[in-house]
Ligand binder design. Structure first.
Ligand SMILES: Nc1ncnc2c1ncn2[C@@H]1O[C@H](COP(=O)(O)OP(=O)(O)O)[C@@H](O)[C@H]1O
Length: 199
């Protein structure tokens, strides 16, 4: 049973690491960004409401996001653990997640912060824009997403540090090396068993 959360600026590699950690630990990776994007693609009501915020690089309103996560965390596959990527992003979302977990008698095991220099993440996102063409990867929107991150999301790192669940990982370097840093740190802290695979 592992309940993990990945936090870090856009472009730090949360999505990439989330997919790998989910596979290693056999838990679902739940990415609010991916869920919103698939709703936009499928033209759902939620997608229609979220699209303008996403294209501007702003957070989707907490009410929509909280509802979506509440539903997703009720799914059968999330009952034995999960890895949240991109949620919570605001103090209101932290309160919502705390209340949800408390009402299920659960708590987060660890919050993994992926730390990366802002200029490096801008460069990474520019490269991704060329390769994948995400509509929120233009330079101006990327810079705005970084501002939104430092204003609304970065303060959450202190909240989790105070609760002593924070693990800070250097997100620079090879993808495999970053995954290994995370899995080693989780073993060191006794959050996952030492015989769990490390890659
Ligand atoms: N927890 C959330 N709360 C509000 N909006 C969100 C949340 N997660 C994702 N979004 C929306 O989806 C967009 C893309 O999110 P994401 O894929 O996590 O990208 P990144 O972290 O790389 O900026 C965000 O800019 C925002 O509009």
């Amino acid at each position: 049973m592992t309940r993990l959360l990945l936090i870090g600026p856009p472009g730090a590699g949360k999505g990439t690491q989330a997919a790998r950690l989910a596979e290693i630990y056999g838990i679902p990776a739940i990415s609010t960004g991916d869920i919103f994007r698939s709703n936009v693609k499928n033209g759902t009501e939620l997608g229609t409401k979220a699209k303008a915020f996403m294209d501007a690089g702003d957070n989707v309103p907490d009410s929509l996001t909280n509802e979506l996560i509440r539903d997703r965390l009720e799914d059968a596959d999330a009952q034995d653990g999960f890895l949240l990527d991109g949620y919570p992003r605001t103090t209101d979302q932290v309160r919502e997640l705390d209340a949800f977990l408390a009402s299920h008698g659960a708590a987060l095991d660890s919050v993994v912060e992926l730390e990366a220099d802002p200029e490096v993440v801008v460069a990474r996102l520019r490269k991704r824009a060329l390769e994948q063409g995400r509509s929120d990867d233009t330079e101006a929107v990327v810079r705005h997403r970084l501002e939104v991150y430092s204003e609304q999301t970065a303060p959450l790192i202190n909240v989790y540090a105070t609760r002593e669940v924070l693990v800070t990982i250097d997100a620079l370097g090879e993808i495999d090396a970053v995954t290994a840093r995370i899995t080693e740190a989780l073993v060191e802290r006794g959050i996952v068993a030492a015989d769990a695979p490390s890659r």
